[in-house]
Design a protein around this ligand. Sequence first.
Ligand SMILES: [Zn+2]
Length: 78
Amino acid sequence: MRSYTYRIYPADSPHYERCIGLSWCPGCRVYTGAMVHVPRDRALPDALAALPPEHRERLLNSESRLIDYLDGHMEAAQ
Ligand SMILES: [Zn+2]
């Protein structure tokens, strides 16, 4: 299984610590997404940091698209 956790609220939001944790199987693409709590002071690696904002947004709007992207770009990070 692979996993990726990301923040969905801006740093000034009271919900900042509520993140999405995605886990998936790269073989059959079955995935689960769940709300996870990540303390404010823990830095999460941002796999989309290099993307232009509109591309980023498109991926974050669709968990399956995001997983497609991550599957192609995460190898180096693991
Ligand atoms: Zn599988």
